[in-house]
Design a protein around this ligand. Structure first.
Ligand SMILES: Cc1cc2nc3c(=O)[nH]c(=O)nc-3n(C[C@H](O)[C@H](O)[C@H](O)COP(=O)(O)OP(=O)(O)OC[C@H]3O[C@@H](n4cnc5c(N)ncnc54)[C@H](O)[C@@H]3O)c2cc1C
Length: 321
């Protein structure tokens, strides 16, 4: 058995890094991450709301939604960040945390974290291990239903200050996005259909519209959790970010919630309050919002393939949604 910690965080993604960065330096903190370079090749379109605490590469002021031959534009402020730089900076700024990269947590038992290299004892365990959380599995929490999604970083042919959302029959029960990022763009799909086939279709569509270059693409696949908010697994095990089921099941946005849940948990740990306070905060702030968004996601799925009705009754551009 290795060193005894106050807090062990599993996962150095948006949530885990944010938490590690905000914990009091007097605490003995362990951050375990299975990847060697977790900030590289993240599957993400990198859109965040305006108040997000990191510099933009591309500001966006509107969202253009295309569906069933109709195009609608709505004011919708936000920004596209460079997630690789953001996470790399957070990782490099951790001075007092024991950071173990390239080490995988296999399971958790009581106050022990068991990895492929060691067993650690800790007072508090935090699952920041994303949509396929091993912590949820260890504690028998319902596994998160997920929507597969794929993002390609491509060279842009035009500059935009809008995000573009496309609902099409070819992108089954989901949508395609084009988010401008300076000279580049994040282009992707979240769908119940075949990811690669759908992405190729969508890329060719954008090439034919003159929006992107046909050159090289940096492609990454991930999963969007659709439902099941679970901020706490036991008295000494809590979950943040995607692992807690905090991602918006309709839009797929989850970076802001990862940062917010981490910040709230840090405040509670630093002031020595019970983690039940954290669970109460999450339930209060997110429970009804996420269940409404999940209902809308179900409308989108259930009304498909009537895309006009499915989109107008569910998508965030429409006031009645
Ligand atoms: C294609 C795609 C596009 C998206 N676009 C957006 C967007 O534009 N805006 C937005 O807000 N959200 C977006 N999201 C969602 C967003 O990426 C997530 O909500 C966000 O990454 C959640 O952060 P997290 O730290 O909770 O999880 P992650 O970022 O998934 O981090 C989890 C970390 O845990 C590590 N890990 C997992 N298991 C273990 C283990 N057993 N042991 C050790 N380490 C482990 C992983 O390697 C990973 O580094 C998108 C998601 C996808 C898939």
């Amino acid at each position: 058995m290795k060193t005894i910690y106050d807090v062990a965080i599993i996962g150095a993604g948006a949530a885990g890094l944010s938490l590690a960065g905000e914990l009091d330096s007097s605490l003995k903190v362990l951050l375990i991450e299975k990847k060697r370079d977790p900030h590289k090749r993240i599957a993400c379109a990198e859109w965040v709301p305006p108040m997000f605490p990191y510099k933009p590469v591309n500001a966006t002021s509107a969202m253009v939604t295309s569906y069933a031959g109709i195009t609608t534009t709505k004011d919708f402020k936000g920004k596209i960040i460079d997630r690789e730089s953001w996470q790399k900076e957070m990782l490099e700024s951790l001075k007092t945390t024991d950071v173990h990269l390239g080490e995988e947590v296999l399971r958790v038992e009581d106050d022990k974290v068991i990895t492929n290299k060691e067993t650690y004892k800790t007072s508090l365990i935090v699952g920041a291990d994303g949509p396929l959380s091993i912590l949820r599995k260890s504690f028998g929490l319902p596994l998160l239903p997920v929507l597969p999604a794929i993002n390609a970083r491509v060279k842009a042919k035009q500059a935009f200050e809008s995000t573009f959302i496309y609902f099409m029959p070819e992108i089954e029960k989901g949508y395609g996005w084009y988010f401008p990022k300076g000279d580049f763009a994040n282009v992707g799909v979240g769908t119940t259909g075949n990811l690669r086939v759908t992405l190729d279709y969508f890329l060719n569509f954008l090439i034919s519209c003159g929006m992107i270059d046909s050159g090289s693409r940096d492609i990454a696949v991930g999963f969007i959790p659709l439902f099941n908010l679970s901020p706490k697994a036991s008295d000494n095990v809590v979950l943040i970010g995607d692992a807690a089921g905090l991602t918006d099941p309709l839009t797929g946005a989850g970076i802001m919630q990862a940062v917010d849940s981490a910040g709230e948990l840090a405040k509670i740990i630093n002031s020595n309050q019970s983690v039940s306070e954290y669970a109460r905060y999450i339930e209060k702030i997110y429970s009804s919002f996420l269940s409404r968004r999940h209902e809308r996601r179900m409308i989108l799925e259930n009304k498909w393939p009537n895309i006009k009705q499915a989109v107008e009754e569910s998508w965030i551009s429409f006031s009645r949604a």
